[in-house]
Ligand binder design. Structure first.
Ligand code: GDP
Ligand code: ZN
Length: 375
């Protein structure tokens, strides 16, 4: 995030704080978990951290205001005894990620291993391009440096420098670089991303001394949700800040517009800053007088990702926008007529409601147990 963005954010917060003087009735908090229609909100009460199980005011539902993990919210009527409250307002978001849904994340901690699994430049580039497309600050971390020689590490360092990246080299096993990393993450909402096996879980354990600080966890019967790309698990960092882990950050699909792709390669970005292609809609393939085409290492990845982005766009264009909202019904008389399609939701209303009630009970019970465990 640029310093301008940061200044904007601070102004925004102070604007809101002046509108909403915190008092016994209204308190500012951060949503740390979402399950069914319940929100676990972290608040400060007399410099103590408290968690309230909140619902969303009907007014918010009516205007279609969603509440996401990471949202800063105004909680009304906090009931400290029962640890409950109601979300009355969602503050404007600085960033928003869709898959998984996450608000106000400031940076991405992208973790790869130098060995086991061997660092694959193509796969790393996929994650880097995805990270660049989010506009979040990127912190690239290369783990397992205990498995390579310093010469090998240096080679990667130089190679990545050519790409436009400066990585942190760490070893969770040897506890190298952990405290520096902790310092970099301080006070931020950071999402952890990277393929499996690179040491993300080990790193989270090393950064956070107590597993009890895992706050956005679901357990028991709700465990199933953990593996979906929509699930976000949050961890509280010892020096302040939140770390979000989700399967959704570990399977990047490159869904960018072909024309934007070059902006997600620092090498191409630099070329476009110092020169201009002859055609304003240049895709940097074989167009004449293109400033991006050239002998930079990842140019072939650019072409590969571009082909995929174009193919994806073509598939999207061939698909009808929406499912038809009417269906052809043949009546007993043999006459056919179009009728509006019934929403499956409506059919299920009653059974859903009771299912939901169960979920509420399970979830409330679990949250309460977890919160009690913690204090
Ligand atoms: P995740 O799938 O990204 O969460 O990876 P894990 O945290 O489960 O780690 C995968 C494997 O790598 C485990 O066997 C870890 O013990 C191992 N591992 C993690 N960090 C290091 C490291 O710094 N050096 C070495 N040699 N192994 C590590
Ligand atoms: Zn070009």
């Amino acid at each position: 995030m640029s310093s301008q963005d940061l200044a904007d954010q601070e102004r925004l917060n102070s604007d809101w704080q002046s509108h909403y003087k915190e008092n016994d009735y209204q308190i500012l908090g951060t949503v740390v978990a979402v399950q069914a229609n319940f929100y676990q909100v972290k608040l400060q009460k007399n410099s103590e951290t408290e968690y309230l199980l909140c619902t969303r005011r009907t007014r918010l539902k009516k205007i279609g205001q969603k509440v996401m993990v990471g949202d800063r919210v105004i909680v009304e009527e906090p009931d400290w005894q029962d640890a409950r409250g109601a979300i009355a307002q969602v503050l404007p978001r600085t960033t928003e990620l869709q898959r998984p849904p996450m608000a106000n994340a400031e940076s991405i901690l992208l973790v790869f291993a130098l060995e086991e699994p061997t660092l694959d430049p193509w796969q790393l580039s996929r994650f880097l391009v995805k990270a660049e497309s989010t506009a979040l600050k990127l912190c690239l971390c290369l783990n397992k440096c205990d498995l390579v020689s310093s010469a090998q590490q240096q080679k990667w360092q130089q190679r990545l420098q050519q790409w436009g990246y400066q990585a942190s080299y760490i070893s969770v096993k040897r506890q190298l670089g952990i405290s520096n990393l902790l310092e970099r993450l301080k006070g931020n909402i950071t999402v952890v991303a990277g393929p499996s096996g690179v040491g993300k879980s080990s790193l989270i354990d090393a950064l956070i001394p107590s597993i009890n600080l895992r706050i956005g966890r679901v357990s028991g019967k709700l465990q199933r949700g953990r593996h979906t790309t929509r699930h976000v698990e949050l961890f509280e960092l010892p020096n302040g800040g939140l770390l979000a882990d989700s399967p959704g950050f570990n399977q990047p699909d490159l869904d960018c517009v072909p024309a934007d792709l070059a902006q997600y390669f620092p090498e191409a970005r630099a070329r476009l800053q110092t020169g201009t292609c002859q055609f304003s809609n240049c895709l940097h393939r074989d167009e004449p007088n293109c400033v991006v085409r050239g002998d930079w290492e990842r140019y072939e990845y650019y072409l590969d990702f571009l082909d995929k982005a174009i193919a994806r766009q073509e598939t999207l264009q061939q698909q009808p926008d929406q499912e038809p909202s009417v269906k052809l019904k043949v009546k007993r008389s043999g006459k056919s007529q179009y009728e509006p399609k019934l929403q499956t939701k409506k059919y299920r209303r009653t059974s859903r409601k009771s299912k939901h009630q169960n979920l509420q009970n399970i979830y409330e019970q679990q949250l309460r147990e977890e919160i009690e465990d913690k204090f």
